[in-house]
Design a protein around this ligand. Structure first.
Ligand code: ASP
Length: 356
């Protein structure tokens, strides 16, 4: 992004934040990339290889769903990405539990698995669920049995790298876990913090448009590190961590899943795009919605802003794409049919000194 565009974006989002406070939302805040009728693949920042692979497949005529799943499989299989698939950081008991969902635009079908243990490609299981059952979401033991019935092999997903990290966390237990004492809206410093402290997070989302103009998407993750066993985030929940409407576009998210679960964020982004907002504007609107709905003192900095971040990625049916985070500093990966690149995300607020 050019520095003048960055400046424009900064001003535009600052205007957006102020205007939101008074309930006036300017009709045009930012300029997204617009590419009429083009193939595109967009992903979270850990997805540059994913969008490259997805675009290779799209160019050879693949359906967008096959393309995005093959893209994220690279990251699911990577032991060095401790936020997704094999090598993901475990729950508080040291067990890796994975969440994933896929959504196919042209047939408006979805498949999702949550709290899945011992299978390193939950996105592939989600895809089989979409094709071979009448259900949309399977969890835990049921998801594992289903995967095994379809020939997925069980394996230990906990790498030494992830186990070492988990041990370090376990040995330094404090108020920074998810177990909270009785509390009310004004309680603070009682734990349950997502960021900015040492709860590693990460996820990969990938959305793409194929040569037929069809749109599909996937989100896959090991979820919040050291979570309470059985905790399910936004990633496998259709409408929260991803959503596609083939006539409009697709959206996905990484960051604090709980915020997306209670704001139905990704379906909202698609609905904002349906109303005519650009992908980036639509993502920004949902960032504002999350901030406005963030009532609990423990989830705010002293200045009242959220003490967590959420990042959104969106494409529209014209090939336009955009991204926005609550806080400055995010970027995303995109392949626009020509090359794969990182692009800085728009943001609602400048970097917060207390947010890592
Ligand atoms: N959204 C994921 C979850 O809440 C975590 C992340 O993206 O960092 O499980």
């Amino acid at each position: 992004m050019s520095s003048s565009r960055r400046e424009f974006l900064k001003k535009a989002t600052a205007v957006g934040a102020g205007a939101f406070a008074t309930g006036i939302i300017p009709s045009r805040l930012v300029n997204d990339a617009v590419a009429q009728g083009k193939t595109v693949a967009i992903a979270s920042a850990n997805g540059v290889q994913a969008v490259t692979r997805a675009m290779e497949l799209i160019r050879s005529g693949a359906d967008a769903l096959d393309a995005v799943i093959a893209g994220v499989n690279i990251v699911e299989n990577d032991p060095n990405d401790t936020s997704v698939g094999y090598g993901g950081l475990p729950n508080e008991l040291g067990v890796v539990e994975l969440d994933a969902a896929v959504m196919h635009g042209p047939t408006h079908r979805a498949g999702a698995v949550a709290s899945l243990r011992n299978i390193k490609n939950p996105s592939k299981v989600a895809r089989v669920l979409l094709e071979r059952t009448d259900h949309v979401l399977l969890v835990g033991e049921g998801a594992l049995q289903f995967a095994k019935a379809h020939g997925f092999k069980e394996e230990d997903l906990l790498t030494d790298l992830a186990r070492d990290e988990w041990l370090r966390w376990k040995e330094n237990l404090s108020t920074k876990d998810d177990w909270l004492p009785p509390h009310d809206e004004n309680s603070k410093d009682i734990g349950g913090l997502f960021e900015p402290f040492f709860r590693n997070t990460g996820t990969i989302h990938c959305s793409a448009i194929d040569q037929k103009g069809n749109i599909s998407c996937v989100t896959t993750t090991s979820g919040l590190a050291y979570k309470i066993p059985g905790r399910v985030g936004d990633s496998p929940i259709i409408g929260a961590g991803l959503y596609v409407d083939n006539q409009v576009g697709a959206a996905g998210s990484t960051g604090r899943g709980e915020a997306n679960l209670i704001n139905c964020s990704c379906v909202m982004i698609v609905e904002y795009m349906r109303q005519g907002k650009s992908p980036e504007q639509a993502c920004l609107e949902v960032c504002k919605r999350i901030v406005d709905n963030n009532k609990m003192r423990r989830l705010k900095f002293d200045d009242g802003r959220p003490n967590f971040n959420v990042k959104f990625y969106a494409v529209n049916n014209k090939g336009g794409y955009g991204s926005c985070c609550i806080y400055e500093g995010g970027e995303f990966a995109v392949h626009d049919g020509t090359s794969a690149k990182y692009v800085p995300s728009a943001y609602l607020y400048a970097k917060h000194p207390q947010l890592r």
